[in-house]
Design a protein around this ligand. Structure first.
Ligand code: WTA
Length: 630
């Protein structure tokens, strides 16, 4: 990781209408942050007290660096807070989910009462398949309400879900199923993407070979004629649902019982299975959904992520449902059938909170403001961004053309590992394009040098978190040593893997990753996983992968490949290699460029120096190369 360095901070500031702050749940940041600092445990206990518990906690927080336990002794079930709590109140007929398919006739609405019933039935169906507390269930589904039902049904019975995003390929799915030791895989025949069918079930068939833990595959059949289910292993989603009893008591979970595993790219080898537990995660996701988006009872809330990413876990499913929100989900992509589709959805459903990613905003910029201008976006109240730095140009475009100079933008910095928003600019606070903002009350974020000393404003350094927070990951599945590394790279502080800089007001600008993770269109791609997919091709002797700038996706994958002796470097082979990566890891990891080389820059110990490749690619000084072998 880099040492500290100078950063030039340009400064434009937008002041939102003061009414936002006056009416917000948090009020002003300074006061709220001070309230947290004065009594951290009391602060979090106050938030937790807004939710319902089967038994109260004895201690808010136990901290034995790097191991935290939150709300110890408490008993709960997150689905009680996401469903029963509302189904038993005047929210029972409130819309919980609005789903919109690619075809505009295709629309589904589930009230809290209905969602509650669906989840209980599917929970019983899972029990019928022998799934119990502590078992792992892999969910590999398109963006349909059943994906949410499957997640909540697992949580209902204490099974640990491990969701794999439907854009991943067979080998990526296989790795994740094996690491999580999933007993069941829940999938669908197809997903729809830009009018085409993505054959999810076929990918599952390939992925479960060499995955002996898998006992059953549950298939949601969306198309007619229905695909045939063959082996003893395969069961129909709707059939087992129809046969299941309607009522399912929530499993009583201990505060620290695991809720889910979610894999995120690692800098080496296999992806990391990030483990989140029940109580702390629930409190963190609930708190930030309500207080960062400043969610009100009549909001129509749309987060454009997929539930298969952490953004979807926390801000489509658990956070908004725990807060009793109306959540919009859609299988549509932003540019199909044309780039006006998402703005028509905002108008049609009266969306008030719209949470998306910089890569999407940059894509819209390219299509031009005529598209948002064709729809009435007056209902929008709050805009949000996540996944990578929201560059000032994209901020301005979003602010003017979508928010009409009226809606605050919350640029939220956080990670799969953190479970919840950590840094943002709360609604009503002055906004600085390019800066995510200040730590969310409840979080102690800082920018430090390698020794952990805070660096002065304008000096770049490592982004760290000083104190534990409720929704922090508890370990890396099967790799606790990797977990401890997060807290030991800089002594006793959580190192996020990002570089950042603060300004005089404590606003934090996130500059990008300090490690070998490439963020392509908001998706984290580990260089190691792509390199290993390339090397698994018979023509490849060695490969190194770097991120190169891309105007829309932020970054794109570029691969340097050394061929085995009997292979000739042809354009056709480049295509074959890209296709090979696409089939094993999925379209998101596919290299945008491949270059055949005779040698790769390595250290004397044989580690590839991607930094040198990158510097050469960008035509900049590679910095200290004294460890370079060749
Ligand atoms: C990056 C996604 C700048 C960052 C929630 C982080 C961001 C990684 C922002 C985590 C943001 C996420 N500004 N960078 N607002 N949000 N990142 O685990 O590099 O998929 O470490 O979680 O995305 O990605 P993950």
């Amino acid at each position: 990781m880099a040492e500290t360095f100078d950063v030039k901070l340009a400064g434009k500031v937008y002041m939102p209408d003061p009414a936002y702050r006056e009416r917000s749940w948090t009020g002003d940041w300074e006061t709220a942050y001070k309230r947290y600092l004065d009594d951290p445990d009391g602060f979090w206990a106050g938030i937790a007290g807004e939710l319902e518990w089967f038994a109260p906690w004895e201690t808010v927080r136990e901290w034995d660096n790097p191991y935290a336990r939150w709300f110890t002794g408490a008993k709960l079930n997150i689905t009680h807070n996401c469903l029963d709590r509302h189904a038993a109140s005047e929210r029972r007929n409130k819309v919980a989910l609005i789903w919109r398919g690619e075809d505009d006739e295709n629309e589904r609405i589930l009230t809290y009462r209905q969602l509650h019933r669906e989840v209980m039935r599917f929970a019983n169906a899972l029990k019928g398949l022998g799934v119990g507390k502590g078992d792992t269930v892999c969910i590999y589904m398109p963006l349909v309400p059943e994906q949410v039902v499957a997640m909540l049904a697992c949580a209902r019975i204490g099974a640990v879900h491990s969701i794999v995003y439907g854009g991943f390929g067979a080998s990526a799915l296989n790795t994740r199923i094996r690491d999580a030791q999933a007993k069941i895989v829940i999938t669908a025949d197809v997903g729809f993407r830009r009018g085409k069918r993505v054959p999810l079930k076929t990918i599952v068939d390939e992925a479960v070979v060499n995955a002996p833990s898998v006992e059953k595959i549950v298939v949601l059949r969306r198309t007619k004629p229905e695909i045939e289910l063959f082996s003893e292993m395969e069961v129909d989603f709707e059939e087992i649902m129809a046969a299941a009893a309607p009522y399912c008591e929530p499993e009583v979970m201990d505060a620290e019982d695991p809720l889910f595993i979610l894999h995120t790219s690692g800098t080496t080898g296999t992806p990391k299975g990030i483990v989140h537990t029940s109580a702390g995660y629930m409190v963190g996701a609930y708190y930030t959904t309500k207080y960062v988006f400043d969610l009100k009872e009549n909001d129509v809330y749309w987060c454009t992520a997929d539930p298969g990413w952490i953004t979807g876990h926390s801000y489509i499913v658990y956070g908004p449902l725990a807060a009793g929100a109306t959540v919009l989900l859609t299988e549509t992509t932003p540019d199909f059938p044309d780039p006006g589709i998402w703005w028509r959805i905002v108008e049609d459903f009266g969306v008030t909170v719209f949470y998306t990613a910089p890569t999407v905003i940059r894509m819209f910029m390219r299509f031009g403001e005529e598209w948002p201008n064709r729809s009435n976006l007056d209902t929008l109240r709050v805009l949000g961004s996540v996944g990578e730095p929201l560059n000032p140009e994209a901020f301005e475009w979003f602010y003017h053309n979508v928010g009409k100079d009226r809606c605050p933008i919350v640029d939220t910095w956080w990670q799969t590992e953190t479970g919840m928003h950590m840094i943002t600019t709360l609604v009503g606070e002055p906004m600085k394009p390019g800066f995510a903002g200040r730590p969310v009350p409840g979080v102690m974020a800082d920018v430090v040098d390698r020794e952990g000393n805070p660096v002065p404003p304008g000096i770049g350094g490592l982004l760290v978190i000083r104190e534990p927070w409720p929704s922090m990951m508890r370990t890396v599945h099967n790799n606790d040593e990797r977990y401890r590394k997060y807290w030991t790279t800089v002594d006793s502080l959580y190192t996020a893997g990002d570089l950042a800089v603060k300004d005089e007001d404590g606003y934090i600008m996130v500059l990008g990753r300090a490690d070998d993770i490439i963020i392509v269109a908001g998706h984290n791609i580990g260089t190691a996983e792509v390199e290993s997919a390339l090397v698994s091709h018979e023509a490849v002797a060695e490969a190194a992968v770097i991120g190169i700038p891309d105007a829309v996706k932020g970054q794109a994958v570029k691969a340097f490949v050394i061929l085995r002796q009997s292979y000739r470097p042809t354009e056709k082979l480049k295509g074959d290699l890209s296709y090979h990566v696409r089939m094993s890891l999925g379209p998101i990891a596919m290299p945008a460029a491949i270059e055949f080389v005779d040698a790769l820059p390595k250290t004397r110990s044989g580690k590839i120096m991607r930094r040198v490749l990158k510097a050469k690619e960008m035509g900049i000084d590679p910095g200290d190369i004294s460890t370079l072998e060749d």
